[in-house]
Design a protein around this ligand. Structure first.
Ligand SMILES: [Zn+2]
Length: 336
């Protein structure tokens, strides 16, 4: 494998020792959209030993302009992003242990999903899950790299438990929904997530090989304006997470709905449900509407509504932003 990595080993800050460290490392990438596909591609090619890729969505045509691992065939076959990313990347580097996980990361499963990793990488499209990751990172003492991009701009920051300020030192509380621009409302051009994903990948390599100069600032870039800013972040004295109070791991909620960025869809999740047998559900639903399923998804069409069910218990109502309709359909047909 030396030959594969020869150009990377020639870079003195990596060297043979650094390459060995990368090979022994394990990372979790949460979210496999534009940021996640860049990060996963970089780190699998770089020879990181284990790469777990977690994502809850299916691939759609409007993802292809920026999500570099996917192609039109993935859209036609309705592949979950995590599974398609695993399939594509195994062809790139068969020596890396790659695991695609189709799941929505929430307070009840985050610790199980990240335990054992040396580093967590943020490829998410929503702020709420970042607060959950921040708490899990500090609690389990696993560093994470925040990254976000929308429109022509993006931000990134390293969070090293016990050494740097955390995400809640910068963003004390969850913003009200609708306040933050999303890919739906503000659009996005690919260079913004590309450059942020590349910075996250470089910082990941540095952290994994034990480099001395880890970035401690919040970096903010606008590719359209051509600006690159570094913002000094100070620890916040009253930050609950930095003082061992992990509020986002304690939030208990029942069935919840989320509008999915850019998909004209609503997700329904009951954190108490850990898995669903698609085969059993299909047998139960077949007299009520049109049902088809494979090992990763079940589609159900009823009352002119299309519902997709995943084995981890999540349900997506397609072509609708009606959260109460999604909840009703979930309770009526899927929920226990
Ligand atoms: Zn903090």
């Amino acid at each position: 494998m030396i030959d594969r990595y020869s150009r990377q080993i020639s870079f003195p800050e990596i060297g043979e020792e650094g390459q060995k460290r990368l090979g022994k490392s394990s990372v979790v990438i949460i979210g496999c959209g534009a940021l996640g596909t860049i990060i996963a591609s970089s780190l699998v090619r770089a020879g990181v030993g284990k790469v777990k890729i977690i994502d809850r969505d299916l691939i759609e045509y409007h993802n292809l302009h920026r999500q570099i691992l996917f192609d039109e065939e993935d859209v036609r076959s309705q592949s979950p992003k995590a599974i398609a990313a695993e399939r594509h990347l195994k062809k790139v580097n068969s020596s890396v242990e790659i695991e695609g996980v189709v799941a929505d990361v929430h307070y009840a499963n985050v610790e199980r999903l990240v335990t054992g990793a040396d580093l967590i990488l943020d490829g998410l499209d929503n702020p709420e899950t970042r607060f959950i990751i921040n708490d899990a990172s500090l609690k389990l003492k696993i560093p994470w790299i925040y990254g976000a991009a929308v429109s022509s701009s993006g931000m990134t920051m390293n969070i090293i438990p016990g050494k740097t300020p955390c995400f809640r030192c910068v963003f004390p509380s969850l913003p009200p929904s609708g306040v933050i621009p999303t890919c739906d409302t503000a659009g996005v051009i690919s260079p913004a997530p590309f450059i942020i994903g590349c910075l996250q990948s470089a910082e990941a390599m540095k952290i994994l090989v034990g480099a001395e100069k880890i970035n401690r600032d919040l970096i903010a870039i606008d590719v359209w304006q051509g600006t690159f800013r570094r913002l000094k972040i100070n620890p916040r004295q009253d930050c609950p997470a930095c003082h061992g109070k992990y509020e986002f791991l304690q939030v208990k909620f029942g069935i919840r709905t989320t509008i999915l960025c850019g998909q004209n869809s609503v997700q329904v999740l009951d954190p108490k449900v850990e898995s669903i047998s698609l085969k059993e559900l299909a047998a139960h639903l077949k007299s009520l509407g049109e049902v088809s399923y494979n090992e990763s998804t079940l589609r159900f069409i009823v009352d002119n509504q299309e519902v997709v069910v995943f084995p981890d218990g999540r349900v997506i109502l397609k072509n609708s932003l009606d959260e109460s309709l999604a909840r009703t359909l979930y309770t009526k047909y899927i929920g226990t």
